[in-house]
Design a protein around this ligand. Structure first.
Ligand SMILES: Cc1cc2nc3c(=O)[nH]c(=O)nc-3n(C[C@H](O)[C@H](O)[C@H](O)COP(=O)(O)OP(=O)(O)OC[C@H]3O[C@@H](n4cnc5c(N)ncnc54)[C@H](O)[C@@H]3O)c2cc1C
Length: 482
């Protein structure tokens, strides 16, 4: 079966592809940075749904293995949840801001394609902690009257408490262990686990504020323990950045794909038949191929018609795995309020505005700030009209930090839970779901295969997206070669 449409590729893309091949070893059979075997498939075609990092990587790897690829993308841009706010001063990243220096796959493919990545410059020397109605500099936290924590936890900044408790007596052996049946007893509510680890009521309250999930009681402890395992076992430390924003990475990767990338093409129906797959888009276009790789988050897939419909635990996963709600307010300072009150611009608070991250230019000048809110607070704000959200955020900030009053304006709001092609920032799991659902989430369904951050095992975030691309490529090449 052949692809529905042919495409032309600009010359720059061919140059990118040549340098990619050279850098990875000169040809399709030499991919030293991949876990896959490198064997070529005997031809065939695949539709990849989604041009996020996982979709783009899958397309690149499949092409390397001799497979025709068509990418279908709903948005007018590639990158998905990697999204630089190019119109906000300082170009903050709304999605995927932190590249770990341990992201081996990402760093190698970026190098191969000539996408620059450099160690992240950190200009923040301190943080303002606003807890129990008082402002405290991070260095003074342990001895502050605002600190109502108990015993050893008093030394730990609120934002580091989850890591402190999940890192103690960690029993997960390796990157796969969090999904192993032998650890099913840890597939319990995260708050109950943290309590068992010795967390005080105040520590539990603070950990529930900006937890990167939708709430400690509705999140599996295994979700957090996976992070702890990775932190423990990661040899390479540090953070990297892509100059000009992380969106430059998927843009560069996508330019090396030979097959077409159909943007502005939201998929509405995916059918898997005896002889191949059909993918129908909102605009009426229908694409056909031998197989399909679905990379869209399950939070989005649950709104796409799939034939034959999913069954059993996989159906439950598609319909029910939760995604973290995150809403961000990109703020422009009218004047340097941090000079006025002589406090650090970076903030961690136990209020509904949660966290503030400064965005600086390469010389360290503060260009904008991101108010980053997750979980229940984000869901509450998402339900309000935008002018009310803005008024709430600015009023709350002025209350806890008077120098911001009248000195901030909101340049942009991004609600990941409301983004129609994300429906949340990243997958997390209800208690019990890791053991029951994780092992079947990426299982091929007829001619449909799966990639995406939610299908990765050992790596989180962006690196997980690439891990999933590697795995699905191996899976398809083996199937197409059989
Ligand atoms: C706020 C936030 C903070 C994050 N922080 C970090 C971080 O610091 N470090 C880190 O490593 N990771 C971070 N992540 C996670 C990281 O961005 C993702 O794990 C990764 O980018 C996911 O890639 P993906 O390809 O799996 O999914 P996506 O990027 O979501 O790709 C899926 C693609 O499918 C497309 N799509 C959706 N629906 C359809 C449809 N109907 N038809 C066609 N196409 C469709 C989407 O537009 C998208 O391009 C963060 C994410 C968010 C949102």
């Amino acid at each position: 079966m052949s692809k529905a449409l042919e495409q032309t590729k600009p010359r720059g893309a061919q140059v990118d592809r040549r340098s990619f091949l050279k850098a990875v070893g000169g040809g399709a059979l030499a991919l030293p940075w991949l876990a896959c075997s490198g064997a070529k498939a005997p031809g065939g075609s695949v539709i990849v749904i989604g041009a996020g990092l996982s979709g783009i990587t899958t397309a690149l790897l499949l092409e390397e293995r001799g497979i025709d690829v068509t990418v279908v993308e709903a948005r007018d841009r590639v990158g998905g949840r990697v999204w630089t706010m190019d119109d906000v001063p300082g170009k903050p990243d709304a999605g995927g801001p932190v590249l770990g220096a341990s992201y081996e796959r990402l760093l190698k493919i970026a190098k191969a394609l000539g996408a620059p990545i450099q160690p992240m410059k950190s200009f923040e020397t301190s943080e303002l902690v606003y807890v129990n109605g008082q402002s405290v500099i991070a260095a003074d936290w342990a001895s502050s009257a605002a600190n109502k924590l108990q015993g050893g936890e008093r030394q730990i900044l609120p934002g580091l408490l989850v890591g402190y408790y999940t890192g103690q007596n960690l029993t997960l052996e390796d990157g796969y262990a969090w999904t192993a049946a032998k650890h099913a007893d840890l597939d319990m509510p995260l708050d109950a686990f943290l309590r068992r680890q010795g967390a005080s009521p105040e520590a539990l309250r603070l950990m529930d504020v900006a937890s990167n999930n939708n709430g400690l009681s509705t999140t599996s402890a295994l979700w957090a323990l996976r992070e702890a395992q990775r932190r423990r076992d990661t040899k390479v430390r540090g953070m990297m950045e892509s100059p000009g924003g992380n969106s430059r990475l998927p843009e560069k990767f996508a330019a090396a794909i030979t097959g077409p990338i159909h943007k502005n093409s939201p998929v509405t129906k995916i059918s898997s038949g005896q002889a191949g797959v059909e993918v129908a888009c909102a605009g009426g276009a229908v694409y056909k191929a031998d197989y399909c790789v679905i990379t869209v988050p399950f939070s989005v897939l649950r709104g796409i018609a799939v034939d034959p419909p999913f069954e059993g635990a996989q159906k439950e996963a598609v319909e029910q795995v939760p995604y973290t709600a995150i809403t961000q307010y990109f703020l422009l300072p009218k004047k340097p309020f941090w000079d006025e009150d002589r406090l650090p611009p970076m903030m961690w608070t136990d209020t509904p505005v949660e966290r503030i991250f400064p965005q600086r230019d390469p010389d360290g000048r503060l260009m904008s700030l991101t108010c980053w809110i997750d979980g229940a607070n984000a869901i509450r704000l998402d339900a309000m009209p935008e002018p009310d959200q803005i008024a709430f955020v600015l009023t709350e900030l002025a209350r806890i930090r008077p120098s911001t009053g009248g000195n901030l304006e909101v340049a942009r709001i991004v609600s990941w839970a409301r983004e129609p092609y994300s429906r949340g920032a990243y997958s997390n799991y209800l208690p019990g779901q890791v053991t029951r659902l994780k092992p079947v989430m990426a299982k091929p369904w007829h001619r449909l295969h799966f990639a995406g951050e939610h299908t990765a095992f050992t790596s989180p975030g962006m690196e997980g997206a690439l891990e999933s691309g590697e795995r699905v490529t191996d899976e398809l090449v083996a199937r197409m070669s059989a």
